[in-house]
Design a protein around this ligand. Structure first.
Ligand SMILES: [Zn+2]
Length: 255
C-alpha cells in the first residue's frame, strides 16, 4: 500500500515531514527539527509516531528527538558515522542498509559532504527520497565537513534515482536557489519553468517541494556540473565535473 506523507515548515526555514504506512499505521518523522511542530503534524493527521529517521547531526534536524522519544517511545535511527553526535539513538545504519517503517522499506544511501556521515533515505516502492541537507530544490547543501569531490559523488548517487522520484529536502531555499541558478544558466527553459511554478506556489503560501528528480536534473546547476554548457558558464571547459561543481558551490557561497 502506498506511503502517505505530511510536509510542514518549522523553525526558520526547515521542512519537517512525516511518512505514514496505512497498512500498519506506523509513522516516521524524517529528522526532528523541533518537537512542537512534529506534534502539531501528528495531531493534524491523527498518526502515532513510531520512528525517527535522522539524516545528519545538525541541531536543526535533531533538536526535537529527545522530547519526542520520551513522549512516544519511538525508535531513533541514525547514520552510524554520526551516532555519537545525535541524542537517543537506538539503531545505526550505513550504505545499503534497509530500514522498515511498518511495511514500508527505506534504503540507506550515504551522501557525505554537508556533514561527514550524512545519509539519505529512499523508498523505492513509493519513489520517495529524503535527502536532508545534501540536495535542495535547485540547490545543494553547503560543503561543511567534507570536500567538493565527496559532495559531487553524493549528488551523483542521488541523481541516479528514477526521474519520477519525489525529493524531500531539509530547507525551503528554492526561490533563492533559483535566483542563483539563473546566473549560471540564464537560458535554461526548464529553470524558467520551475521559477514560474515556484512563484505561484509561494504566492499560494504552499511549500515548493517535493520536486521530481527529473526536474532537478534538468534545472539544478549543482546536478549539472558535467554538462558542457555549465562548465563553459564558469570558465572550466574540459575540467573534471567535481571541479566545476566546486566552482559553482563557491560562487553560491559568495552570492
Ligand atoms: Zn545541516
Amino acid at each position: 500500500m502506498a506511503a502517505q506523507s505530511c510536509l510542514f515548515l518549522c523553525l526558520k526555514d526547515n521542512f519537517g515531514v512525516l511518512v505514514h504506512d496505512l497498512e500498519t499505521m506506523a509513522t516516521a518523522a524524517i529528522d526532528a527539527p523541533e518537537a512542537d511542530a512534529v506534534e502539531a503534524a501528528l495531531k493534524r493527521t491523527g498518526w502515532s509516531l513510531t520512528d525517527i529517521l535522522v539524516t545528519h547531526h545538525h541541531h536543526d534536524h535533531t533538536g526535537g528527538i529527545e522530547e519526542l522519544k520520551s513522549r512516544h517511545h519511538c525508535r531513533v535511527v541514525a547514520p552510524d558515522a554520526e551516532a555519537a553526535g545525535i541524542p537517543a539513538v537506538d539503531e545505526t545504519v550505513r550504505e545499503g542498509d534497509r530500514v522498515r517503517v511498518g511495511s514500508l522499506e527505506a534504503h540507506v544511501i550515504e551522501t557525505p559532504g554537508h556533514t561527514a556521515g550524512h545519509i539519505s533515505y529512499f523508498l523505492p516502492a513509493d519513489k520517495l527520497a529524503f535527502v536532508g541537507d545534501t540536495l535542495f530544490s535547485i540547490g545543494c547543501g553547503r560543503v561543511i565537513e567534507g570536500n567538493a569531490e565527496m559532495m559531487w559523488d553524493s549528488l551523483l548517487k542521488l541523481r541516479a534515482l528514477p526521474d519520477d522520484t519525489r525529493i524531500f529536502c531539509g530547507h525551503e531555499y528554492t526561490l533563492a536557489n533559483i535566483r542563483f541558478a539563473k546566473t549560471i544558466e540564464p537560458a535554461n527553459a526548464l529553470l524558467s519553468a520551475r521559477e514560474q511554478e515556484v512563484a505561484r506556489l509561494i504566492a499560494e503560501n504552499k511549500p515548493t517541494i517535493p520536486s521530481f528528480m527529473g526536474e532537478e536534473k534538468a534545472a539544478n546547476p549543482f546536478l549539472r556540473a558535467d554538462v558542457p554548457e555549465v562548465a563553459r558558464a564558469v570558465g572550466l571547459v574540459g575540467k573534471p565535473a567535481w571541479q566545476v561543481f566546486a566552482e559553482i558551490r563557491e560562487r553560491k557561497n559568495r552570492f
